[in-house]
Design a protein around this ligand. Sequence first.
Ligand code: PLP
Length: 397
Amino acid sequence: MISGRAARTAPVRSSSQFLVFGAPAIEEAEIREVVASLKTGWLGTGPKVASFEEEFRAYKGARHAVAVNSCTAALHLSMLAAGLGPGDEVITTALTFCATVNAIIHAGATPVLADVDPVTMNLDPNQVEAKITSRTRAVLPVHFAGRPCDMDALCDLAARYELKLIEDCAHAIETEYRGVKVGTIGDFGCFSFYVTKNVVTGEGGMILARTEADAARLKVLALHGMSKDAWKRFGDEGYKHYQVVECGFKYNMMDLQAAIGLHQLRRVETNWVRRQEIWNHYNEAFASLPLELPAAPEPDTRHAYHLYTILVDEEDADIGRDAFLDAMHGHNIGVGVHYLSVPEHPYYQETFAWRPEDYPHAMRIGRQTVSLPLSPKLTDDDVQDVVTAVSGILDRG
Ligand SMILES: *Cc1c(COP(=O)(O)O)cnc(C)c1O
């Protein structure tokens, strides 16, 4: 006999229809553009990268844009261009992807964590101020899930303590703060076009810079420290010698990647409307469940709706977070965790003696959070499957 409980635990989707978390929405335009690049033979850094930089710069209303091959590279180079290095402390959030912290270490600087606000999940400016020492040189906020940080407070700290401000905008392509697009507020804004992000190129990143000098330095650093762009070097204007002016990196974006990004960027606003629709649908569908839902966007800001994160508190939900993740997987629905707090990882514990308990809000969020599928690729039926699965798991009958 099939009990009611067993009937409820039958998978919402079949395994052959597994809903992949964060699957990108790739259309014919991207496919044609990549094929066109392949046919011209120009695969590496070339005219499509230049067009993508210009379109992204214009979309963000920024002064300068430099394409690179990841947001991690963007963060690393921004810190070098900001003059950060050994002995300098950079304050960032305890609730972020490891790349944010690793980039500080790559630059030779020392990462210092501050806790987040429990409601916005963004860096708490008061916690930042408490961590400022005579060695602090920069603050690296992350606009978490696509919600802008309190940039007025962070800019005020940066001005008072003479700190550089480098924005990690990996979640925040469409985000605005008081009418200003994020990534243009600090000295540098760093973006990711990784496969799960709101604009994808496979792997890829972009740096927005405020000054011509910074943008020029970033270009040199991103390509071996060579003084001239390689794509001009191999152009039809005759051979041009280059000079190596510093020890740079191999961080340049390829035309094959930019070919995807150009078309992705042109759809970012229509995709945003769909993201908002799914977000609002989840809010309504989950309103009476024993969950903490994402806080509503603040007035005079624009949320990028990159991640829809729910908090599963075992006391309220009668199920632990990890069991909830397993149950969603059992329904053949992919979910994410953004993120276990940085101090949960052994490398940072061993290297910096960080302890999760010292960042209690980031720790709690990291141990309770679940990211549900939120992508313009989702059909209404997919969204309904997510709602059915979440509701079923939390139904205590
Ligand atoms: C994805 C992500 C990064 C790293 O981006 P890559 O392009 O994969 O290097 C950095 N910070 C945050 C907050 C991210 O989500």
